[in-house]
Design a protein around this ligand. Structure first.
Ligand code: ADP
Ligand code: MG
Length: 501
């Protein structure tokens, strides 16, 4: 569609536009007044381009362009030399095209003319030089090896490595209330990258809740459906390191060019951009270019856009343009599903009660669930032990913050009553049936075991008794446990419930 032509004749002014467009009645610019020339329209194009590029870029790459003629379908532009052709085609076509189509008509094609003849060989040599520069930059910064980024006819467009972890797919992403919105939006993005309403897609949530996993899953799903698209995953700190290297080597333009050719750009942990003004500026250029070209942007962060600190307002505004979704902490059911799937992956045997115990006690995040399970598996095999709840407890103490909510007498009383199917009012009433008396003794015993309350406080809270009654209750319960197996089991069950919270 965009082809190079040898120089014909230079003429800056052309006949009026209406004549030129007369064979294209649907063209929106047929409304332009008679006196307007291609140069005038080109000036309008320039104003739009100016809004979308930095001053330096604009002065270097667009100001020197001269519109030569327009026959209703082909707009001929004179550029200073062939490197302009490559640079424009490589970097600006996605944003230039809509502007040209808006101003000159949707069927318009571009042709470039250079003042002195340059052979295709010379042009290719220039391109090769440029490619080598980008390649060098990529090697230095340890990213994808991009053989040839140009989209120029005749030159092959080679795929870059998307830098995705094969372990992070939708297939092994467990869905629950906490993440189902993010997952379904993510899947839609993968189906229609760039043209969906969720652009940019901004996923936020606390550490370990699956942000990296889900955005990489989007990358994989996109690649599966559209292998021709350039998908790239990059953590913000790597992007920042690449930028710093590019500055040091005077290769910022190459750095920006590289990112501007991506179709689906996934940047993880965008909050790392905080306080890095220069990187923010480069990022802003890349963002605008891709957004204008209808490319998909996906970000993750541990904060909402408004909570981001030391990030320019113009960027925060842009983050809010598309869709912001939160990943929440998984609920009990989801945790159970996650634990089961990780157990299957680790290929270990863990009894169901331990699965329940883990789900109940790991409140922080999925990463900790994984850590705890691996530790459990390693310890069990190292010690040659079966994975039991008590081993799980020991391991958990080391690996996660087991949620040890302080146990209160009130909580104990409630649990005892619930388990024995007893009304709390009855429990607290002056009645002295055998059933109530025993329930009170159990509650006193458990309060002594599991709270730091003195015996007097326990007695006062349970039936208004003194400390001697509490001591007596504790002795009675201990005796019963030793002699009555059924009672012992009941008490252990109540105890488990009491300590489960
Ligand atoms: P974040 O980027 O939010 O800190 P990650 O995406 O790195 O979290 O997730 C931490 C670990 O938990 C990863 O190994 C990931 O595979 C796993 N994980 C998180 N959420 C899920 C989920 N819903 N299903 C399966 N694994 C998950
Ligand atoms: Mg992450």
């Amino acid at each position: 569609m965009y082809t190079f032509v040898k120089r014909k004749q230079d003429k800056d002014r052309v006949p009026n536009l209406r004549t030129a467009l007369s064979n294209n009645p649907l063209n929106p610019v047929t409304m332009v007044v008679d006196t307007q020339t291609y140069s005038d329209i080109w000036q309008n194009c320039l104003s739009l381009i100016k809004e979308r590029t930095s001053t330096d870029e604009f002065t270097k790459w667009f100001k020197p362009i001269v519109p030569l003629d327009f026959d209703g379908t082909t707009l001929r532009l004179r550029v200073p030399n062939m490197s302009y052709v490559y640079h424009i085609e490589k970097n600006y076509i996605p944003s230039l095209k809509p502007i040209i189509h808006q101003m000159f008509g949707t069927k318009t094609q571009l042709r470039y003319t250079v003042p002195s003849e340059q052979s295709a060989a010379q042009a290719a040599a220039l391109a090769a030089q440029d490619t080598a520069k980008i390649k060098k930059f990529i090697t230095q910064t340890n990213t994808a090896n991009i053989p040839d980024p140009y989209a120029i006819p005749g030159l092959k467009r080679v795929q870059i490595d998307p830098q995705l972890n094969p372990g992070y797919t939708f297939g092994n992403f467990i869905v629950g209330e906490c993440n189902k919105l993010a997952r379904s939006v993510g899947m839609q993005v993968a189906i229609e990258p760039g043209t969906n309403p969720y652009n940019p897609l901004y996923i936020y949530g606390r550490s370990g809740l699956g942000k990296t996993h889900i955005v990489q899953a989007i990358g994989h799903a996109t690649k599966e459906r559209r292998p021709e698209l350039q998908v790239l995953y990059v953590p913000m700190n790597r992007f920042q390191a690449q930028y710093t290297t590019a500055v040091r080597n005077g290769e910022v333009n190459d750095f920006i060019s590289f990112y501007q050719m991506i179709d689906v750009l996934i940047i993880d942990d965008i909050q790392e951009l905080s306080g890095k003004e220069k990187t923010q500026n480069a990022f802003f250029n890349i963002f605008n270019h891709l957004q204008l070209a209808g490319k998909q942007l996906i970000f993750t962060s541990d904060k909402t856009p408004v909570e981001l600190k030391d990030i320019e307002q113009r960027l925060i505004t842009r983050f809010k343009w598309g869709m912001t979704v939160e990943l929440e902490q998984p609920d009990y059911e989801t945790k159970i599903k996650i634990i089961r799937s990780k157990i299957a992956k680790l290929n270990i045997q863990i009894p169901e009660d331990v699965v329940g115990f883990l789900a109940e006690h790991i409140n922080a995040n999925v990463r900790e669930i994984e850590g705890a399970l691996s530790a459990l598996a390693a310890n069990a095999s190292f010690l040659n032990k079966k994975i039991t709840t008590s081993l799980a407890k020991d391991i958990l103490k080391m690996y996660v913050q087991v949620c040890q909510k302080e146990i209160t007498i009130e909580h104990i009383v409630k649990t005892v009553c619930e388990h024995l199917n007893l009304d709390i009012e009855k429990f607290n009433s002056p009645k002295r049936t055998r059933e109530i008396a025993q329930a009170r003794q159990i509650a006193m015993y458990l309060s002594k075991q599991h709270t730091k309350s003195p015996l007097t406080a326990i007695g006062a809270a349970i039936g208004g008794k003194n400390h001697a009654t509490v001591l007596h209750a504790c002795k009675a319960i201990t005796n019963l446990m030793e002699t009555d197996k059924v009672f012992r089991r009941t008490l252990e069950e109540i105890e488990r419930k009491v300590t489960a919270k």
